[in-house]
Design a protein around this ligand. Structure first.
Ligand code: GRF
Length: 204
């Protein structure tokens, strides 16, 4: 069977990217490789992580394109050039538009550091602390046309402690992110995820 090709879009430090790389290299995610990592930020450490593992790292400057459509058309071109089947958003700080979704809806996943539908958008962990919830967590979901909204694949809870700060809570959530993203990718690649409306059934 030929290897499945994953593409990753990342804007920052890339610890979730690293976790996917490690789970491929360690054999947990089988018969797959990351074909390309694309970033909208030249300084994203995710690009460096990719290079260190011999993965092609491409910076695409959104400001070099007159419209979002043209920027996304370029991203799409690079994904397709590399034969990408599954796209993972891993700390990608842009709202995905129609150009990418027309091509990849149902084949694009995101990880969010909250138990959706609570605390969508930026600074989810801070939002959770400020709201006063006692349980926080993270979510892997399919990407749809609304931000942090598509059908949910896996969620994992973490407790919120009395003395938590945004940093300590984020760190505890991140540890779980690094587990559930590879799990979701593996399930996807094994063909075990079936989307039924908003529900994702995990087939045995
Ligand atoms: C993670 O918390 C992820 O849930 C959110 O952005 C952060 C990215 O971190 N979407 P990293 O770049 O993967 O380290």
């Amino acid at each position: 069977m030929s290897e499945r090709v994953i593409g990753v879009l990342a804007s920052g430090r890339g610890s979730n990217l690293q976790s996917i790389i490690d789970h491929i290299e360690g054999g947990y995610i089988k018969n797959a490789r990351i074909g390309v990592v694309i970033s909208d930020r030249a300084s994203a450490y995710a690009l460096e992580r990719a290079r260190r593992h011999g993965i092609e790292a491409v910076y695409i400057n959104p400001h070099a394109y007159p419209t979002k459509e043209e920027y996304e058309q370029k991203v799409l071109e690079v994904l397709e050039e590399h034969g990408v089947e599954l796209v993972l958003l891993a700390g990608y700080m842009r709202i995905v538009g129609d150009t990418l979704l027309d091509a990849y809806e149902g084949r694009m996943l995101n990880i969010h550091p909250a138990l959706l539908p609570a605390f969508r958008g930026l600074h989810a962990q801070r939002q959770a602390l400020e709201y006063g919830v006692k349980v926080a967590g993270c979510t892997v979901h399919f990407v749809d046309r609304e931000v942090d909204h598509g059908p949910i694949i896996i969620q994992r809870c973490v407790e919120v402690r009395e003395d938590d700060t945004e940093e300590t809570l984020s760190a505890r959530i991140l540890e779980q992110e690094h587990k559930i993203y590879p799990e979701a990718v593996r399930l996807y690649l094994e063909g075990k995820l079936k989307i039924e409306g908003r529900r994702v059934r995990v087939l045995e």
